[in-house]
Design a protein around this ligand. Sequence first.
Ligand SMILES: *Cc1c(COP(=O)(O)O)cnc(C)c1O
Length: 384
Amino acid sequence: MFSNKDISHFANLETPFYYYDLNLLQDTLNTCAAAAKLYNFHVHYAMKANFNAKVLQSIKAVGFGADCVSGGEVSKAIETGFDKGQIVFAGVGKSDKEINLALDQNIFCFNVESVQELEVINELAAKKGKKASVAIRINPNVDAHTHHNITTGLDENKFGVNSWDLPQCAEMLRASANLEFVGIHFHIGSQITNLDVYKNLCVRVNEFAIWFEERGFAVKVLNVGGGLGIDYHNPDQQIPDFANYFKIFSDFLDIKPGQEVHFELGRALVGQSASLISRVLYVKNGKKKNFVILDAGMTELMRPALYQAYHKIENLTRGNEATLKYDIVGPICESTDCFGKEVEQPESFRGDLYAIRSAGAYGEVMASKYNLRDEIRSVYSEEA
Ligand SMILES: *Cc1c(COP(=O)(O)O)cnc(C)c1O
């Protein structure tokens, strides 16, 4: 929800830009940190959701670690000042260069996604005379009940080691002098709103932990990934239910004495803290369709074009006058450059300000130069 002061501030600014509510971000982080502390759970922030410098500073300050999916993210986490002992590195396609960089930096752990990757990390670590800590990312074949483009834990997905490859994995771990096994890792998808999914995950985690222990491996870390969703339909209901989320893992995981439980949250920490603010350039009233054409497009926020994601759209300039149905589109030369179809909005005019809500996760980070667009700007609540 924007105050009149916010809106008159926006009116003086060049659009489009991401508007960050840093107070809300802080409240969200504090709530999550307190809920995790209750069970001594460790949270790593999934940097790919948003690596805006101010956002990263706030997250580092609350004491979370960093979950990285590229060498670039590992470097950025270290530059930002994240504790190296709290950096994990996942990804199905880590290059030799990225592995070497992470080895040089002595990060906490590689989340390894294939038997072949174990072999490569062992070789590269041997060349450096080091021991690499590894967790095995297992594909648990648990349905996340989310959009099919953002599910990652089913047999048909490219992520993780499938259960039938685990014996080979165990052999490779035993044979590799430069690998140290620290635990097991899972990440089954994103924007998960049905929390029962996590109960199913816990059952699988318990089974896999026993599998490794029966073969003589000490499982120090259970890393259950992230994926907790946010309510895109109610952007003002802003802080996810972290207490209930963590409680499920406390209730359903068999946590052994001394065992650590790690989480990798992205969207839930940052999603509600930003909106994309844009101006209406043109209104086109067609025979079958009315179009609001904004100065922001898929180059600034790609989620609707990429996976038909829903974002709440609000006209900030008009009140609740007579409404019309509009397709809210951007200026990019692609038909998928559309933020919402047949969206009910007050009658809109050139110059009106629009907010596309819940854009803090997978928004700014996916901005592209397509159509040689200007770099997207950011505005922060403390500057308002
Ligand atoms: C993207 C990702 C996450 C975070 O997912 P969210 O849905 O943003 O919480 C966690 N772990 C891994 C390995 C990821 O790739």
